[in-house]
Design a protein around this ligand. Structure first.
Ligand code: EPZ
Length: 425
């Protein structure tokens, strides 16, 4: 087991490079199932959720090889559907994309219920409704979801009652090789949806409207392989922007698409942080003195739920009172107990939290309760007085590549240490 140890108080200066986006890479990795040709995917972040997805593909018969640190060749020619490894699939959310991809290529699918960050119920009813609208029969038992369309899927109109990234991805995957036109209404508009559409279109699909609320997919006979570069991770970028805002300092956040970071930049500016956008980098400058604000999470282009915990750390130390209203994952507040151990003043009444900014946080032994909460607690450690020890750090490593090395290179006093559990026996 490992933990992160931080001695707070250092400002951050320098340049940090942002990796490819985990939540764009996952659907694209599973989308390679739709073609029996080889695909080369570039700018793939080597984080544990991604390596788990490769393990799933390998166990299903695909070959997955790193050509360099961030480029991967995937060949699903020999992949067999319906045999994904239960023990890995149920540890990650992105594996739901196997349903749409297997249905598309094999006309049937069997996939274990997916896991992922635990912030309450994470239903897949809209994915299932979408598959049924395309003509699949879907059944479930305690462990698996089964989908079957022996005569193939047929394009249709699907309206989602709620905006869902996962359901939009799954229907795009299933409809790409379906017969005729599928129209998704109230589709998710996140940059990773556009990235998936661009990847599929590069492989020969016919998908229009990605990035708007209406996506039109005209089914094609077959996809071919391609080489594709994943977009930069806006949440990783936003996390480092928040870290600089909290500690003070000046950092260039490199390899980003500033357009994807507009809301985060606007909110930081509101809090008194100087943010300047250039072609492919953003400069964040802060004196560490923040004004409080109110946040409401919304689907893109609204404020991203995956940036809520990191902004909570800012609200915990900002001048005045601020609130978070979480409209996507109403139970995403488990990390508040950890912030309170560090001296934060918070009242939670899910889906709301109210913060009264304190002068100083203090170091404590805390846990990373999920991926973004873990990043938030690391940021709290960077500004806290004294030493903070963060356990459960595998949750952070699901989505942040070398967070310790990157923060250290900016001047943070942060290390990862190995805990010998036997020492306590
Ligand atoms: C994706 O999860 C991301 N995960 C999450 O990022 C992110 O928080 C979320 O989108 C929202 O942006 C991946 O991309 C792997 P949804 P997903 O379907 O697709 C409800 C991170 O930290 N819903 O958009 O599972 C659902 O309960 C992770 O990187 C239904 O009711 O999210 C939620 O309230 C955490 N029925 C809302 O929709 C359904 O069938 C949005 O969920 C599906 C979803």
């Amino acid at each position: 087991m490992e933990k992160i140890v931080i001695r707070g108080g250092n400002e951050l200066y320098g340049d940090v490079y942002i990796n490819g986006m985990k939540n764009a890479a996952l659907p694209i990795i599973f989308a390679t199932i739709l073609t029996a040709d080889k695909c080369i995917i570039e700018n793939v972040p080597r984080v544990s959720d991604i390596t788990m997805s490769f393990e799933i593909l390998r166990e299903m018969g695909a070959s997955v090889n790193y050509l360099d640190e961030t480029t991967v060749e995937i060949d699903t020619y020999a992949l067999v559907g319906g045999n994904s490894p239960y023990n890995i699939v149920q540890r990650m959310r992105g594996s739901t994309y196997l349903l749409g991809a297997e249905l598309g290529r094999f006309k049937k699918s069997k996939v274990a219920y997916p896991g992922g960050c635990n912030f309450g119920t994470r239903p897949i009813d809209m994915h299932i409704k979408g598959f049924q609208t395309l003509g699949a029969t879907v059944t479930e038992d305690d462990e698996y979801v089964y989908a079957d369309a022996p005569n193939g899927l047929v394009g249709n109109s699907i309206y989602f009652d709620k905006v869902s990234v996962g359901a939009t991805v799954n229907i795009m995957l299933a409809a790409t090789l379906a017969d005729g036109l599928t129209v998704i209404e109230n589709a998710a508009r996140e940059p990773h949806i556009v990235d998936l559409a661009n990847f599929l279109n590069t492989c020969g699909a016919d998908i229009r409207g990605a990035g708007t609320g209406i996506i039109k997919i005209t089914g094609v006979e077959k996809l071919h392989g391609c080489t594709y570069d994943i977009i930069p991770d806006m949440i990783e970028a936003g996390t480092y922007m928040t870290a600089v805002a909290a500690t003070g300092g000046e950092v260039n956040i490199r390899n980003v698409i500033p357009k994807h970071l507009e809301i985060i930049s606007t909110k930081l500016s509101e809090m008194g942080v100087e943010v300047r956008a250039f072609d492919d980098y953003i400069t964040v400058k802060s004196n560490g003195k923040l004004r409080s604000t109110n946040i409401q999470t919304l689907p893109y282009p609204g404020f991203p739920t995956d940036m809520h915990p990191q902004f909570s750390t800012l609200l915990a130390i900002a001048d005045g009172s601020g609130t978070v209203y979480e409209t996507i994952w109403q139970n995403r507040f488990k990390y508040v107990a950890e912030l309170e151990k560090m001296g934060a003043s918070v009242m939670v009444n899910e889906p709301f939290a109210a913060f009264r900014g304190v002068e100083k946080l203090h170091g404590a032994s805390v846990a990373a309760v999920d991926l973004r909460a873990g990043a938030a607690i690391v940021i709290a450690g960077l500004v806290a007085e004294g030493t903070t020890e963060v356990t459960n750090i595998y949750t952070i490593e699901r989505g942040y590549l070398d967070i310790v090395g990157k923060l250290k290179s900016l001047g943070a006093d942060i290390t990862k240490i190995y805990i010998d559990e036997n020492a306590f026996i």
